[in-house]
Every structure is written in structure tokens, then in C-alpha cells.
Ligand binder design. Structure first.
Ligand SMILES: Cc1cc2nc3c(=O)[nH]c(=O)nc-3n(C[C@H](O)[C@H](O)[C@H](O)COP(=O)(O)O)c2cc1C
Length: 402
């Protein structure tokens, strides 16, 4: 029970997702945390302080200039007497003001005065999230060590629009709070890691592409596990339908050449874990317009050309990370193929998995891997992909210590 006895200051701002804060308070309290709520003026348009106070079983702070609250607790104590400041939902407006250091209401004043970890769960319309101003604000806040959970992709509550902007679910926020408050040792603190994940999409024309069945689950889990050990992680992800992992900088790309560029831009690093199922080939010249089907005409032939080999590029780079780990998805001769890859790619470790359809590994939730290095081969049992990630992150920490 990581949250047992922890004091969480929950700032609720004025977004439609404020209705989920009631459930969030319940979930946090179930786990033994005490929740002190603070609501912006906007938040009170969506849920009432009465409801929030009743679920939290605590006084709800709303006003910077309340004589009573200032006498009883005071905004500086409010900012410090907690283990974590959680903002859920975090509106575009609140994030913009935070990024600029404004302090014209109680929430902003507390956020400027706090010396505690701050975790924000943004929630807004996808266009608001994608707006360059919001992108700039998020980058600034990341630089100010504000941590984020979500937003997730999906349908918006108030409109039929879908996209990235939905607030993370209460249990996802709880898990993120637990990850932050966990007192685990962090052997990768100060280390930089680059992880790739997911498939790549290689365009045939503007609407069609060549892809593969990679879900990104293994790569995302590895990025999260390295971050949990304290590493500063950049995850370069191909198109996936799973949420960004917590506490990780994510760069979304589509094609192999974009993935290579993003990986090289993230160097130098202490470790690179190349998990993405990068397409070996792309269409030599993708059509600018949709290729049309005309009755009686011959079927088009796709001429393919080789894609950049990202693992090999990193493995032989002048800024080569101390530790380079590649994944080998094979359907036959798994071990001998992995061994051959070690030297060819300049890798220290190849994590080999058999992705024959019968294994259900590609796109599935479990994995069975062999760790191939110059010191031998280690077979790991059938494990959840998260467990493979945890073991691999521990191995990275051990290797980097040497
Ligand atoms: C119905 C409705 C829903 C809204 N939902 C959101 C939202 O989900 N996210 C957001 O950033 N702003 C949303 N807004 C706009 C904010 O309420 C507005 O920017 C407000 O100034 C936020 O104040 P606060 O950040 O101080 O709480 C919504 C406004 C309305 C009227």
C-alpha cells in the first residue's frame, strides 16, 4: 500500500473531466491516502465543493483571500503539507498559467509555492492539446519537473470528437501517483535511455501503408520500467493504440526514417533499447495520390527499397551508448539468427523472441525471450511483458554499474 498514510493535495480545475475527480478521490482514499481538495473557480462550474468535500471528508479550499482559510492553514502550508500535489483535471488554461509562473488564484499560488512533486493529468479538447501554445507550455512544465499522466486518446465527454485529450482514468492516475511516491531505489538516476517501440508505417500512397502486428506493449513497458528506476527516458514510438507510459518523454513517428532521425537526435545516451519492429523495406517511391483501380488495367507492382537499419546505425555510431540492446523477432532459427545479429549490428545484447503466430507474442501481452550476449544465452520463462521489462531494466542497471 504505497499510498497508505500519504497526503495528497488534489487541485481540480475547470474541465468537463472534473466529474471524474470524485471517483479519483474515492480511489485514493481506498488506498489509505488522505486527500485535501482545492478547486479553481472554473472547477466549481462542473462539480460542487459540497460533493467534493463530502467524498474527500475534508474541507475544500477555493479562495486565496479567505481570511478563515488563511488563518487556519495558509496557502504556503497548503503547498508544503503534502507528499504530492495532484492536478486532475489540468485544464489548458491552468497549465498555460503555470508555465508562465502566474499566481492569481489559490491553485496557481500553491503551485508556485510548493516544493513537492507535482503530477498533472491534462484533459482538454484534442485541438487544444495539439495547439502549439499548449505544446510549448507542456515542454516548459516538463523542464520545471512537472510530471504528466496522459492525456489519453479516445472519445471526448462533451462532443463526438475523438483524439488525444481525454483525462487518464482514475486508476491510471492512482498508479502514476503510486509510481511517484514509491520509495524504491533508483539505480538509473542520472542515466539517459532511448527506447524505440511499436511498428512503423511505410506509405504506399496517402491512404495505404505497409505495417506489422507490433502493438508497442513490450517497448512501452521497457520505457516505463527504465523510468521507474530513475532513468531519463526518451521513447520513440511508431503508431500504436496504447497510452504513452508514465514519466517518459515520447516522440511519435510513423516511418522508419523518422524513427532513425528521432533516435539520433536523442543521442548521447547511456543505453539504447531498440524494441520497435521497424519495417525492413519501404516502397521505393510512394505515390502522391491514391493509386486508383481501373477495370481491365494490370495490378500495380510495388518496388521496395531497404529502410535504414536503426539498431546497426546506433551500434556503430560515434556517440554509441555504453549499452546497446536490440530485439530480434524471428520465426525460425531464433538463437542462431540472434547470435549473428550481435556483431553485425554492434549490439551488446540481443533479446530474441519467437514471434511465430502460434506463440501469440506479436501483439499479445506475454513474452518468452532469450537474452543473447557474448557471455552466453539465458532463457527467461514465459512472462507478462511488464515482467520482462522489469527484469531487463534491472539488467541494464547492473550492466551500467560495471
Ligand atoms: C462545457 C465546458 C467544458 C470545458 N472543458 C474543458 C476541458 O476539458 N479542458 C480545458 O482545458 N478547458 C475546458 N473548458 C474551458 C475552461 O473551463 C476555461 O478555460 C476556464 O477558464 C478554466 O479555468 P481554470 O483552469 O482556472 O479552472 C471547458 C469549458 C466549458 C464551458
Amino acid at each position: 500500500m504505497v499510498l497508505s498514510g500519504k497526503r495528497i493535495l488534489l487541485i481540480i480545475s475547470g474541465g468537463i473531466a472534473a466529474y471524474k475527480s470524485l471517483d479519483l478521490i474515492r480511489r485514493l482514499r481506498e488506498r489509505g491516502a488522505s486527500v485535501r481538495p482545492l478547486m479553481t473557480k472554473g472547477a466549481q462550474e462542473f462539480v460542487t465543493p459540497l460533493a467534493v468535500g463530502a467524498v474527500a471528508a475534508d474541507h475544500v479550499f477555493t479562495d486565496l483571500f479567505s481570511r478563515q482559510d488563511e488563518q487556519d492553514v495558509g496557502h504556503i502550508r497548503l503547498a508544503r503539507d503534502c507528499d504530492l500535489v495532484l492536478i486532475a483535471p489540468a485544464t489548458a488554461d491552468l497549465l498555460a498559467k503555470m508555465a508562465n509562473g502566474l499566481a492569481d488564484d489559490l491553485a496557481l499560488t500553491v503551485l508556485l509555492a510548493t516544493d513537492r512533486q507535482v503530477l498533472a493529468a491534462p484533459a482538454m479538447n484534442p485541438h487544444m492539446w495539439a495547439h502549439p501554445a499548449t505544446r510549448r507550455n507542456i515542454e516548459t512544465l516538463r523542464g520545471d519537473r512537472i510530471r504528466f499522466i496522459g492525456p489519453m486518446s479516445g472519445e471526448m465527454a462533451e462532443s463526438r470528437e475523438a483524439g488525444i485529450g481525454r483525462m487518464a482514468e482514475p486508476l491510471e492516475i492512482v498508479a502514476a501517483a503510486e509510481a511517484l511516491l514509491h520509495d524504491r531505489p533508483k539505480p538509473l538516476t542520472g542515466r539517459k535511455a532511448i527506447v524505440t517501440s511499436g511498428p512503423t508505417h511505410e506509405p504506399i500512397d496517402p491512404v495505404r501503408y505497409i505495417a506489422n502486428r507490433s502493438s508497442g506493449r513490450q517497448g512501452h513497458a521497457i520505457a516505463a520500467a527504465l523510468a521507474a528506476l530513475g532513468a531519463d527516458v526518451t521513447l520513440v514510438s511508431g503508431p500504436v493504440s496504447i497510452p504513452d507510459p508514465f514519466g517518459v518523454r515520447v516522440i511519435h513517428v510513423e516511418r522508419a526514417d523518422q524513427m532513425r532521425d528521432a533516435v539520433l537526435a536523442a543521442l548521447p545516451a547511456d543505453v539504447a533499447v531498440m524494441v520497435a519492429a521497424v519495417a525492413d523495406w519501404r516502397v521505393a517511391s510512394a505515390a502522391d495520390q491514391k493509386i486508383k483501380k481501373h477495370p481491365g488495367e494490370s495490378i500495380p507492382t510495388l518496388a521496395l527499397t531497404e529502410n535504414p537499419d536503426i539498431l546497426k546505425t546506433v551500434g556503430h555510431h560515434t556517440m554509441r551508448p555504453k549499452l546497446v540492446i536490440g530485439f530480434a523477432a524471428e520465426t525460425q532459427d531464433v538463437e542462431s539468427n540472434a547470435k549473428a545479429k550481435l556483431d553485425r549490428k554492434g549490439a551488446d545484447i540481443i533479446v530474441a523472441n519467437d514471434v511465430s503466430p502460434a506463440t501469440g507474442i506479436m501483439g499479445g501481452v506475454r513474452n518468452r525471450v532469450r537474452i543473447v550476449s557474448h557471455s552466453g544465452i539465458e532463457q527467461w520463462p514465459d512472462l507478462a511483458k511488464e515482467e520482462v521489462a522489469t527484469r531487463l531494466a534491472a539488467m541494464v542497471a547492473e550492466r551500467l554499474k560495471q
